[in-house]
Design a binder for this molecule. Sequence first.
Ligand SMILES: NC(=O)c1ccc[n+]([C@@H]2O[C@H](COP(=O)([O-])OP(=O)(O)OC[C@H]3O[C@@H](n4cnc5c(N)ncnc54)[C@H](O)[C@@H]3O)[C@@H](O)[C@H]2O)c1
Length: 338
Amino acid sequence: MSATPTIALIGASGHGRRHRQNIAALGDRVRLVALGEVQPMFGEELPVYDDHRLLLAEHKPDYVVICTPPHTHLGIALDAVHAGADLLLEKPPVLDVAAHERLSAALAATGRRCQVGFQALGSPTLPALAALDLGELRHIAVAGAWWRPLSYWTRSPWSGRRAVDGALVNPFAHALMQALAIGGVRPPWTLELERFRSRDIEVEDTAALRLTPAEGPVVTVAVTLASTEFIAGDITVTGTRGTAHVVYPEDRLDGAVLPGRVSLLENLLSGDPLLAPLSRTLPFTTLAEQIMAAPDPVPLAGVAHDDGVALPGIADLVRAAAARHALLSEVGDLPCAS
Ligand SMILES: NC(=O)c1ccc[n+]([C@@H]2O[C@H](COP(=O)([O-])OP(=O)(O)OC[C@H]3O[C@@H](n4cnc5c(N)ncnc54)[C@H](O)[C@@H]3O)[C@@H](O)[C@H]2O)c1
């Protein structure tokens, strides 16, 4: 009889708490043996290591969940792979294509597997959408409008920081990845990008992009974190024979909520082909690298709202941009700060 596989969680205090719940929900299918966390964890019963290398050496876990800040992912992932673990690595997996290639090479050399935490790739809407007869895909348009208070941008040392955070590469990363996956979109492409900020941050909280690949559908994205009106994350897919609407956080396709979301951790443990393997995220990382290398976001003048600044009417602009495959500046005037 083979022993219960072991798992370690590195980055346990933030979103890592959710991973801990997910691990616990698997019961005796996997045994959580240790935590990696650089902050003190008072009253913790499991062993906690502030040096993940020591954790890996002492426990040799079969699986490692990495839920640390994005700029720390590559180093920890390489160490875990070389220690013989398969990974569930949070998104964004790495911050540039060179890092993607380093990690890919390490996976190939060791035969380990890496699932990336793009949970929307476990959505039943993806196979259901592929089964619809939409013809050749022409456009994929994403609209998202959320509210994030100022405290969101100060919650962690990396929040709102250049080259690591931003509405497109962090909270709306799932929307971006989903759109790229639906269209099978790969570089080379032409990127038109607009980044705006209504807060005192280094990155965008409001943005639009239009991605025109050499082959495949054009992807447009319009998103904001400064809206008092909520748009969950609506993806409109237009083909030569029809149109479909996906709301990716809700597993909704053309109005109906589909059952059967596959957990990425269960998929990893099962040994089945991965739903979100590192290789599938190369277009995302290519795009994320371009976004983070773009000029700084343009400041906008919002209005005070709760603990933050809101952009009145921004949800309408987001919807209009998505409907017209347009950038935000092409559908209206944004209140640029003077
Ligand atoms: N899939 C999702 O929906 C989702 C949601 C939220 C966050 N995330 C991702 O999860 C990751 C973590 O995000 P967060 O919001 O929890 O960040 P966070 O900063 O709140 O938490 C990260 C934790 O990692 C710890 N840490 C930092 N360096 C470490 C190291 N070298 N070794 C061990 N621990 C270390 C920090 O002390 C902190 O507790 C990011 O990549 C983020 O994008 C994904």
